[in-house]
Design a binder for this molecule. Structure first.
Ligand code: SF4
Length: 348
C-alpha cells in the first residue's frame, strides 16, 4: 500500500477539526451517499439540504425510489433544475432494483455503469461507502490542486482533466480514501475558496506553490467556451371554470417529463400581438377571451437565457385536445413544473 502523502495527512487532520456537520457525512449507506452527490451536483449545500431530507424521508430505500411514479420524483425535484438528474436517478434506482435485487453495487465499474453516474460520482460513492481507492475531482478539488501545484492547464480542457485526475490519484490516501476525498472537497469549499481563500492561516501554506508565486488569484484557469442559447417561451394558460390545461413535455429537453402550459417557443424575440395572429393559435383563440399578457421576464440558467411571456385566456367552452390535460387550477401544485412557471404562479 503506498505511503500517505504529507498533504493528505494535513488535510485529514484539518478536516477532523473543521468539517461541517452534514447529514450525508459519517454514513456508509451507498444509496444516501449517491442521493446527496446527485443533488449537490450544480447545487449549493444550503439549497440541496432540504431536498436531501425530503428525498430520504419519502424514499427511505432505493427500492422505494424505484417503485415511485416518475411524476412524484419529478415533483419532489422541482426547483433544483437540471432535471435530467432526477430522470437518471429514477432510472438508475430501477436498474439497481431489477439487476442487483435492490442492493447498491459495490464495485467502481458497476457503480459507474448506472445511468447518470460519471467518474466523479462513481469515485465518491466507491470511496465514501466502500472505502475503495478512487480519487474524486470536482470543482473544489480542481481549485485546491491547481493552487497547491501552481498548475495553469485549463481545468475544462481534456489535457487538464487528465493531468488533475492523475495528480489527485497520486495524492490519494489509500488507507482512508473516503476521508481524504471528503477532506479535499471540504477544504476547497470552505478554506481554499474561489475568493478570499484563507491563505494566512492555511495548514498547507508551506506546500502551496501558488502562495509562494503569488498566483492564487488567477488559479484555476478555465477556457471560456460556454455558448449561451436564448429561448423565447410563450405560455398560454387556458382557464375554464376553475380548470386549466397542461401538457407533459415528452421531447428531450431540460424540462423533459415535467408539465407545462400550452407553449409556443420561438428562436427570435416575437411580439405578443404578432404571435396572437399565428394560425396555429386560431382554434384556441376563437373559443376564448384574452384576459392578460405579462411583460417578457428573463430567467438565467448556466447555458440558457429564457425569456418567458404568460397569456391568461378564459375559454367559452372546454377544449377538446387529446394532448392537453384538464386539471383544477388549484391542483397545479401537485405537478412537477419548470421553476419559471412556479414563479409566475407564486407571483399571482
Ligand atoms: Fe489555498 Fe491559500 Fe492554502 Fe494555498 S495557501 S492551499 S491558496 S488557502
Amino acid at each position: 500500500m503506498p505511503q500517505s502523502h504529507p498533504i493528505s495527512e494535513k488535510l485529514i487532520a484539518w478536516y477532523k477539526k473543521n468539517k461541517r456537520d452534514l447529514p450525508w457525512r459519517n454514513i456508509n449507506d451507498p444509496y444516501k451517499i449517491w442521493l446527496s452527490e446527485v443533488i449537490l451536483q450544480q447545487t449549493q449545500v444550503v439549497q440541496g439540504l432540504n431536498y436531501y431530507i425530503t428525498f430520504t424521508e419519502t424514499f427511505p430505500s432505493i427500492s422505494d425510489l424505484a417503485n415511485a411514479p416518475e411524476d412524484q420524483v419529478m415533483r419532489l425535484w422541482q426547483g433544483l433544475g437540471y432535471y435530467s438528474r432526477a430522470r437518471n436517478l429514477h432510472a438508475a434506482a430501477k436498474t439497481v432494483k431489477q439487476k442487483h435485487n435492490g442492493n447498491f453495487p459495490n464495485t467502481y465499474d458497476e457503480i459507474k455503469s448506472l445511468k447518470g453516474v460519471g467518474d466523479y460520482t462513481a469515485a465518491a460513492i466507491a470511496s465514501f461507502a466502500f472505502k475503495l481507492p478512487y480519487a474524486v475531482v470536482d470543482g473544489n478539488v480542481y481549485r485546491v490542486l491547481s493552487r497547491l501545484f501552481n498548475i495553469t492547464t485549463p481545468i475544462n480542457s481534456s489535457q487538464g482533466k487528465k493531468e488533475f485526475q492523475q495528480l489527485a490519484d497520486e495524492l490519494l490516501n489509500h488507507r482512508y480514501p473516503g476521508m481524504h476525498n471528503s477532506a479535499m472537497m471540504e477544504f476547497g469549499a470552505i478554506w481554499c475558496k474561489p475568493n478570499n481563500p484563507k491563505c494566512e492561516n492555511c495548514p498547507l501554506q508551506e506546500y502551496c506553490q501558488a502562495f509562494a508565486n503569488k498566483t492564487v488569484g488567477i488559479l484555476p484557469v478555465k477556457t471560456k467556451k460556454i455558448t449561451i442559447k436564448n429561448r423565447y417561451l410563450h405560455y398560454f394558460i387556458f382557464n375554464y371554470k376553475g380548470y386549466v390545461y397542461i401538457q407533459k413535455r415528452t421531447q428531450k429537453d431540460i424540462w423533459q417529463n415535467l408539465y407545462e402550459f400550452y407553449l409556443i417557443e420561438t428562436e427570435l424575440p416575437t411580439d405578443s400581438e404578432k404571435l396572437l395572429k399565428e394560425k396555429m393559435l386560431n382554434p384556441f383563440l376563437e373559443n376564448s377571451i384574452l384576459m392578460s399578457v405579462t411583460n417578457e421576464k428573463k430567467h438565467i440558467l448556466s447555458h440558457q437565457h429564457l425569456f418567458a411571456t404568460f397569456y391568461e385566456l378564459n375559454l367559452k367552452k372546454p377544449l377538446n385536445n387529446p394532448s392537453l390535460l384538464k386539471i383544477k387550477r388549484s391542483d397545479l401544485i401537485n405537478f412537477g413544473l419548470p421553476q419559471l412557471i412556479t414563479k409566475y404562479l407564486e407571483k399571482l
